[in-house]
Design a protein around this ligand. Structure first.
Ligand code: PEP
Ligand code: MN
Length: 263
């Protein structure tokens, strides 16, 4: 059902007045993790000031080590909802447990399925059974075919509001956290009718590469870019090395938007 052969025209996912997949670039900024109301609100203010409409923030964090910050859980989603309502933003947040979806959709506008859960089939089916857009990330070691099949799990349950997100794959290369597979973007656009995003933060793991990879993503036809922004990355509870601070966010935004109009 996600195949372009089945449906030649692009799918447009409508979120908070943004038509994702309409040919214009869309952006999702926000902290890696929800840490406090003040922290999220500071970023939301900066996002809103730029006329943007989407905010991210993780509440259920799939961390490599069990001793690292695991996120605020439902409390985190409640903070996101409060901030979203105050600033008129739509929020996107990762859900890791199928049992949490029913409650989570009361607080969030887009369900994110993270790289580590791309083949959590019960989670995919549960996300497919609700009427909320889903941002599905490519697995750390997933082929494009496996990625497309994961999206098929969601749509097979009736939910076709899916955004695919390339976020880098694991290779032997150590210069970046993952290797951004930029060619996945046009392949996914050819093979499916779904919008495709690029997460420049988790693919590169390097603040200095966020801007060039975002430009590359848009140049190659991505429908949008995701990047992490934190008021004070040095003290961030996760992904401290690659989140932008608010000044860097300004620069990033100005550079990416040079010569573009947001619609
Ligand atoms: C995230 O976006 O918060 C995240 C954990 O990303 P990924 O699943 O791509 O590693
Ligand atoms: Mn992160």
């Amino acid at each position: 059902l996600v195949s372009r052969k089945k449906k030649p025209e692009d799918t447009i996912v409508n979120i908070n007045g943004e038509a994702i997949g309409d040919g214009n670039p869309h952006f999702v900024f926000g902290p890696c993790a929800v840490e406090s109301y003040e922290q999220v609100a500071e970023v939301a203010k900066a996002v809103k000031a730029k006329g943007l409409k989407l905010l991210r923030g993780g509440a259920f964090k799939p961390r490599t080590s069990p001793y690292d910050f695991q996120g605020l859980g439902m409390e985190g989603l409640k903070i996101l909802k409060k901030v979203a309502d105050e600033y008129g933003l739509a929020v996107i947040s990762e859900i890791v447990n199928p049992a949490d979806i029913e409650q989570a959709v009361e607080y969030i506008d887009v369900i994110q399925i993270g790289a580590r859960n791309m083949q959590n089939f019960e989670l995919l089916k549960a996300a497919g059974a609700v009427k909320k857009p889903v941002l599905l990330k490519r697995g750390l070691s997933a082929t494009i075919e496996e990625f497309i099949n994961a999206a098929e799990y969601i749509i097979s349950q009736g939910n076709g509001d899916i955004i695919l997100c390339e976020r880098g794959i694991r290779t032997y290369e150590k210069a970046t956290r993952n290797t951004l597979d930029i060619s996945a973007v046009p392949i996914l656009k050819q093979e499916t009718h779904l919008p495709v995003f690029v997460d420049v933060t988790h693919s590169t793991g390097r603040r200095d590469l966020l801007l060039p990879t975002a430009k590359a993503a848009l140049a190659i036809g991505a429908d949008g870019v995701m990047a992490e922004v934190h008021p004070d990355p040095a003290v961030a509870l996760s992904d401290s090395a690659q989140q932008m601070d608010l000044d860097q966010f300004d620069t990033f935004y100005n550079e990416v938007f040079k010569g573009r109009t947001i619609t």
